[in-house]
Design a protein around this ligand. Structure first.
Ligand SMILES: [Zn+2]
Length: 276
């Protein structure tokens, strides 16, 4: 077992309803012996620290990050992001504007999770690397991993890596909704309804699922923040127990059961490892 000495949580400023202090408090309680620090957003803080003078941004760093982000964008679900993808100038501009404005709550762009993690890794403090250090970056953008077997991208809620990424949009979009929801949507499509009416019908299908402005988001994110910590401690990704917060939910109902189901936070095995 690798002891975890430090956990760094980087918040996402564009998710006002998420209480990152509460998430950090939870991780602190569940990781005894580790120093848990809550920090501002990784990308935006790097840009801010790079300020050449008060009020004057370091355009070099901002432009560099904007270019790297645009290169990590997934443009088609059925083809992997090519190495050295050349983004359009408009796409780089878009990233630059988004980095500079944390007030905008845009979400839904899909990035290749490994390429995004590579960008984040460059911004970590070299004195804070090594197996005892766990970095967790929250984002409201979508992250996906390329699957060689079925030749398409899959959206993910979490990437376990260095650093790990937790996608708040991914928690909403990646685990599937109930089969009835997809049936209702397909029926609406078969009826040839206008897009607006289709959306209305889909929304009216009221299965219980996490929404972008869901008040349960903080509670659900606590478990996702613990997944990289448990992975580093045990070497095992996820848990087989559906009531454990480390369960790898493929369905919304599984996510809600594991994260907001009440009762114990972790299964007996993980309670013994965490929360000592
Ligand atoms: Zn467990």
């Amino acid at each position: 077992m690798v002891p975890v000495s430090n956990v760094y949580i980087y918040s996402e400023p564009r998710c006002g309803m998420v209480d990152f202090e509460e998430i950090a408090g939870f991780v602190r309680r569940c990781t005894p012996g580790a120093v848990v620090r809550l920090r501002g957003p990784l990308l935006e803080e790097a840009v801010r620290r790079g300020f050449a003078a008060p009020g004057e941004a370091d355009h070099g760093l901002l432009s560099q990050l904007a270019m790297m982000l645009a290169k990590a964008k997934v443009k088609g679900m059925d083809s992997p992001v090519p190495a050295g993808q050349s983004p359009l100038p408009g796409e780089v501009d878009y990233e630059r504007r988004r980095l500079a404005d944390t007030g905008k709550t845009v979400f839904g762009i899909l990035y290749d999770a490994y390429l995004l993690s590579d960008i984040y890794r460059r911004l970590l403090d070299r004195g804070e690397t090594g197996l005892g250090h766990v970095h967790i970056v929250f984002t409201n953008q979508l992250i996906g991993t390329w699957d060689e077997v079925d030749r398409r991208y899959h959206a993910r809620s979490v990437l376990l890596g260095s650093p790990s990424i937790v996608s708040l949009s991914g928690m909403v979009e990646a685990p599937a909704r109930s089969p009835g929801f997809y049936l209702a949507r397909r029926s609406a499509e078969a009826m040839g309804l206008a897009e607006e009416r289709k959306m209305e019908l889909a929304r009216s299908f009221d299965d219980d699922c996490l929404k972008h402005d869901d008040e349960r988001m903080t509670e659900a994110a606590k478990g996702y923040a613990m997944q990289p910590v448990a992975y580093r401690l045990t070497g095992e990704a996820f848990c087989e127990e559906p009531d454990c917060r480390l369960f790898n939910a493929h369905w919304q109902r599984e996510l809600l059961r594991a994260q907001t189901g009440g009762g114990d936070d972790f299964c007996a095995k993980h309670k013994g490892i965490l929360c000592e």
